[in-house]
Design a protein around this ligand. Structure first.
Ligand code: PA5
Length: 419
């Protein structure tokens, strides 16, 4: 099984209440989603993306191939849903690819200056990604990057800039048309955090070396699983479990992995879940931890702090690279008992030991397992997460597809900036 979800011992550490109500409510929510009758149903285009046809993506594939074969850098300019999907997949699957850069996801003069400095001596493409075309962070970064590209490439600059934006409206669409950039559309009915299977995610991922067939195969497996009208479906169970936990006072979920290479999967998940459920005074706070590193920082709190948390582990079953511990003749550190063991075995035991300790400490636990870390399994998981948060949002009675709260900081910032 490429992706598995183990929730067998979820309620071992506490006696949950309201379980039956939740089961039925989750079932209604699954139907509301599948029948496309819930709040925000004008933003359900993401549900169809796993089933798109590779032939319809030819221009995208060709552009990604051009970038890949050029050997040049690709600078992805975007924030939130316009960068996290690509970053999650690329950093998890192609960690050796040193030709992708990110900008526009912060306002740091240090980071942007460093990038501009680097780009002065390199050839590069820019993929500016913004559905609205007016987001401050990517807008500012793109001004600087565009200016550098214009200085460098002169009349050829339009070959170097690719805009991924709304199909018909917005500032970036207008600029792209005026300047003759290549453009790719973000469908109207897909919100940023659900856009990893649109050109927002796919162009950078394919340019970094992603295999489209494997991506779609995995996404379709996730789709088939999550749309099964069956209470054993992984998206259904995960949504139901979260609702049970929330109703039982568990306000924080920690997505914990034992593989730092998938750190950004958790960052993507935090945005997907946080923006979808955190509204109307409701929702679980999505947090993350990278173990075993964080066992030496957050471990104490998780084991022994306020009991309002639960943990969902994200575990890789089989590794494509491994190391074996060698015998040390002096054995001063006393670690010779590990001689001959692989690092992946030791990591697994660290997971099993941690899981047991946290369970004993009163933390409800469940886990997703990826058979291998590859396109197929990762995209199956991402699609299951997308369906799970949509179903869970409906169980809370919120619209999982809007993000009105994001506007508050912007209003204040604009007021301050305009004096
Ligand atoms: O999920 C979302 O909708 C947001 O995180 C957006 O992706 C983010 O705010 C960037 O917006 P835009 O693509 O319009 O620049």
């Amino acid at each position: 099984m490429p992706v598995r979800y183990d929730d067998e011992k979820l309620c071992h550490s506490f006696e949950p209440i309201h379980v039956e109500d939740v089961e039925d409510r989750t079932h209604e929510s699954l139907h509301l989603l599948l029948d496309r009758e819930g709040p925000g149903n004008e933003f359900l285009g993401w549900m169809d993306l796993p089933n798109q046809k590779p032939d319809d993506l030819k221009e995208l594939v060709d552009t990604a191939e051009e970038i890949k074969n050029s050997g040049d850098l690709l600078v992805c300019v975007g924030i939130g849903g316009s960068y996290l999907g690509a970053k999650a997949v690329i950093s998890s699957l192609f960690p050796h690819n040193d030709r992708i850069r990110y900008a526009g996801h912060h306002l740091s003069p240090l980071e942007l200056s460093r990038l501009l400095q680097e780009l002065r001596n390199k050839d590069f493409y820019i993929n500016v990604i913004s559905k609205s075309g007016t987001t401050t962070e990517p807008g500012i970064a793109f001004r600087f990057l565009k200016q550098l590209a214009e200085e460098k490439y002169g009349s050829e600059v339009s070959k170097r800039i690719i805009a991924t934006t709304d199909a018909s409206k917005g500032a970036l669409r207008k600029l792209g048309e005026q300047e003759g950039y290549r453009t790719f559309d973000i469908p109207d009915n897909v919100g940023g955090r659900f856009s990893v299977l649109t050109p927002v995610g796919l162009l950078p991922i394919l340019a970094a070396g992603g295999d489209l067939k494997a991506i779609l195969k995995g996404a379709q497996a996730g789709y088939r699983e999550a749309t099964r009208d069956d209470r054993k479906n992984m998206a259904f169970r995960y949504a139901r479990n979260r609702k049970i936990l929330w109703k039982n006072g568990k306000a924080i979920e920690i997505l914990a992995s034992f593989e730092p290479q998938i750190h950004y999967v958790a960052e993507w998940w935090k945005q997907l879940f946080g923006e979808s459920e955190g509204k109307d005074g409701k929702g679980i706070y999505p947090a993350s931890a990278d173990f075993s590193t964080d066992l030496h920082s957050l471990g104490q709190w998780i084991q022994d702090g306020t009991r309002n948390i639960f943990e969902t582990f994200l575990i890789i079953d089989h590794y494509s690279e491994d190391l074996t511990v060698l015998k040390d003749p002096r054995d001063l550190d006393g670690l010779n008992y590990l001689t001959g063991k692989t690092l992946s075995d030791i990591n697994r035991k660290a997971y099993e030991g941690t899981r047991q300790a946290h369970e004993d400490g009163g933390v409800p636990i469940s886990a997703f397992y990826l058979d291998h870390l590859n396109e197929e399994n990762l995209f199956e998981l991402l699609v299951i997460f997308e369906f799970a948060i949509a179903i869970y949002g409906y169980t809370l009675g919120v619209n999982p597809f809007d993000q009105p709260g994001v506007e508050a900081y912007k209003k204040n910032m604009f007021k301050l900036l305009k004096g």
